[in-house]
Design a protein. Structure first.
Length: 242
């Protein structure tokens, strides 16, 4: 830490100057949010089917009676042993938000290509309650550009985050978030998607760290993150059965 140590008066002057920029960022965020709300929509024509603990469900079923659906594209491939640490980090922040989202006519669902049994096992390990389904039986992940076949990765370019990237910068699974709307006729529209660091603002821990003296204290994006049960001081799971 090499920060300059100054008087309270000098600190107040610097803090006021930063406050102006923080207000600019807030106003810019408001304008970006307004433009996000004004984006055109695309009608979803394909009938997607998902595997769930309660059987197969359509995309319409995932709305769970609400008009808005947020899908988190969670990185957990069919042959993965555990979920992505970064996706797990974000997902640690979801359960507390669910009552507020549901009350606001929004349903949150995580989607992965792993089979339901593997999803349920990892979900139980992490202690999460949010809905999580498998898209293994459909093209959903491929159509929304978060899963890539060996043929995709063997080509010259991969389409991710609305652009073409070298396949060596990709993986068989990548993160993202997509939003959908269902009207009274039952028609479904794709309204928004965000990839890479786009959903970062959903991770409240990062927003707190950004205000701590050392910030994120990282060498590369989120390189400090582990699954919450893998930290040295993480509580150990009980071996007792109840």
């Amino acid at each position: 830490m090499q920060n300059q140590v100054v008087s309270r008066e000098e600190w107040l002057e610097a803090r006021r100057a930063l406050l102006l920029k923080e207000k600019e960022a807030t106003h810019l965020r408001d304008r970006v949010n307004a433009e996000r709300m004004a984006l055109p929509w695309v009608r979803v024509e394909k009938d997607y089917v998902f595997d769930t603990p309660d059987g197969r469900r359509s995309l319409s079923d995932l709305f769970d009676g609400r008009s808005q659906l947020i899908v988190y594209h969670f990185m957990l491939g069919p042959d993965w042993e555990a979920g992505c640490p970064g996706c797990s980090f974000l997902s640690d922040h979801v359960d507390g938000a669910l009552p507020h989202l549901n009350n606001h006519d929004v349903t949150w669902v995580a989607v992965s290509r792993a089979p339901v049994a593997k999803i349920e096992a990892y979900k139980n390990r992490m202690g999460w309650k949010f809905p999580w389904v498998s898209s293994a039986s459909s093209d959903f992940n491929f159509d929304y550009h978060v899963s890539f076949s060996p043929e995709d990765l063997g080509g010259d370019k991969v389409f991710y985050n609305f652009t073409s990237i070298p396949p060596e910068e990709a993986n068989d699974e990548l993160p993202g978030l997509s939003a959908f709307y269902r009207n009274d006729k039952g028609e479904i529209f794709h309204t928004y998607s965000s990839y890479a660091r786009g959903p970062e603002e959903l991770i409240g821990t990062l927003m707190i760290l950004d205000r701590a003296p050392k910030g994120r204290n990282e060498d590369s994006t989120m390189n400090f993150v582990k699954r919450h049960d893998e930290y040295a001081d993480a509580p150990k799971a009980s071996s007792c059965c109840h």
